[in-house]
Ligand binder design. Structure first.
Ligand SMILES: [Fe+2]
Ligand SMILES: [Fe+2]
Length: 216
């Protein structure tokens, strides 16, 4: 790319020189780009932005890593939320299910750290607004339904929303890992995915049992 005087148009990318003594920028013309046929044409703002985007185009690898950071952050939040849900639950079975899954979640965080290691990337989380919102709903249930017959039903539903979020994320990550040829990573993600699916199944059973007891 070289510079040459050219006519004026608001769409073209101006070539400006900033004068430090006057503090003003003077326009001297427009940036030109040489086409494949050798002809020089003015570079428009739109073209410039497109080329800029192409230069920083993201890949499936980037998306995989970003999503991995998202679920790493989410798991750490879940690790803090589960003991509170266990303490709040009225039924000993539901409390036990939350405690058991809290221990499993610890192992899931370890698995994610292993994956970061395999990828040779630092284990770092990325704020996940979705999980913060879902956990916040669980806290609202704990406060608003404290001492009521419906508390366990509300806590079970809140926990299942968490599991469904995790199932969606791990399912996607496993599928991307396979597409990217990362078999070891896909196997680790699948172990966690199966734990999340199993937890969701246990919660469904507990929820149904709880509803039947209340209806009897
Ligand atoms: Fe999890
Ligand atoms: Fe989970």
């Amino acid at each position: 790319m070289r510079l040459r005087q050219f006519g004026s148009s608001s769409d073209l990318l101006p070539f400006r020189i900033f004068c430090s003594s006057t503090g003003k920028a003077n326009t001297f013309g427009f940036l030109l780009i040489m086409r494949n046929d050798g002809e020089e044409v003015p570079l428009s703002q739109r073209q410039f932005n497109q080329e800029d985007t192409m230069a920083t185009e993201k890949t499936l690898n980037d998306l995989f890593l970003d999503t991995l950071k998202d679920i790493y952050y989410a798991e750490k939040q879940i690790l803090k939320a589960l003991p509170k849900m266990a303490r709040g639950a009225s039924s000993p079975e539901l409390a036990a299910a939350f405690k058991k899954h809290r221990d499993e979640t610890e192992g899931q965080v370890d698995r994610l750290q292993q994956i970061f290691e395999i990828l040779d990337k630092p284990a770092r989380g990325k704020t996940c607004d979705a999980i913060l919102g879902i956990i916040e709903e669980g806290k609202e249930v704990l406060e608003e339904y404290n001492g009521s017959m419906a508390l366990d039903a509300g806590l079970t539903a809140a926990a299942q929303a968490v599991e469904h979020y995790e199932i969606a994320r791990y399912g996607t990550l496993k599928s991307w890992a396979m597409t990217l040829g990362m078999e070891e990573v896909a196997a680790l993600l699948d172990q966690t995915l199966q734990e999340e699916i199993n937890t969701d199944r246990i919660l469904t059973e507990l929820g149904e049992r709880n509803a039947n007891t209340q209806a009897a």
